[in-house]
Design a protein around this ligand. Sequence first.
Ligand code: PLP
Length: 370
Amino acid sequence: MIYFDNASTTKPCEKSVRYLNEYLTDKFFNASSIYRQGIENKNQINLCKKMIAKKLGINFKDNIIFTGSATEANNIAIQGSLRKNFGKLLFSEGEHPSVYNTALALKNKGFNVEFVKLNINGTVDIDDFKNKLTPDTSFVSIMHVNNETGAINNLDYLVDLKNKICPNAIFHSDGVQAFGKIEYTLNSNIDLYTISAHKIYGPKGVGALYSKNKSKLNPIIFGGGQEYNIRSGTENVANINGFMGAVEEIDYACYDYIKDIKRYIIDNLNSGFKVNGELEKTSPYILSLSFKSINGETLVHMLEQENILISRGSACSGSKIGNRILSAMQLDTQSVVGSIRLSFSKFNTIEEAKIVTQKLNEFSIKLKNL
Ligand code: PLP
């Protein structure tokens, strides 16, 4: 099998599985228990926080809140920040559904929610961002790397702009497709940053929210007060350790290797396709392509017959409802229909890229001649 759908999820690495197993079996204890085994597990969770904090380039483990997913972390970041008399909330049109649909739900409730347009390369339109940032803005959420196209937003620049116009507004970023893949030290002006384990060779069902100032966050569910009273629920010690195993294995050296895989495919595809996004400004891990006069969904299933797994786009956006992100980038309907997403991991090889490219060439000719 060739697996080129790593933006959807990655295969857990050996170390992650080992840590996960250890804490699912021998060390299954509740981290909030007051006997030795519980205290040891709590200490272990703190160690995991330290490791993540270090990778983000921050000093304090207590800025890391573990959650059950990045979806949950995004919801806590947004809904947990709401206050009485909250001003405008600003989101990009490129956000993942866990942010975008939360924004829509708030809009339906009567909050002042606006969306910033995307450029044709998939990044945030800076002029539109400047226009929509107003002194009454209370909250800004702009993702770091887009999960459909790999477009990279320049967070340092965006947060600087935000600070010029509304310095007190909270700045959140969904860093799920960036963390562990693109080397980045968290800007000290970013208030909230979301990450997920299963995109970086860790287990599904665990995410984390970095929060610069936890006193500005309210819980959105209520319970036993775990995770600083912000995210109640018995700590998932096994998943958290599986997350740490993946974080310990982060190796930015594979960035260039993955870039070569992406470059090989683009350089060796026949004509009749275009890359969605600007190659040099996208993550090497994600390649969004549009084929002329071809249905991307058909292409996905033809490749599946060859044991090659790719995607139509985000598993969450679904083929039946088109592609919100590509449409926001002003792609015409034909290009949206003809779009596919290939996404890579450190486990992929150039040999695999060769096979997939050859099959894409073969099938795209076949489909055009139908
Ligand atoms: N944000 C982005 C950019 C994603 O790609 C994903 C994963 O699909 C998520 C959030 C949600 O992550 P999780 O599956 O941990 O809820």
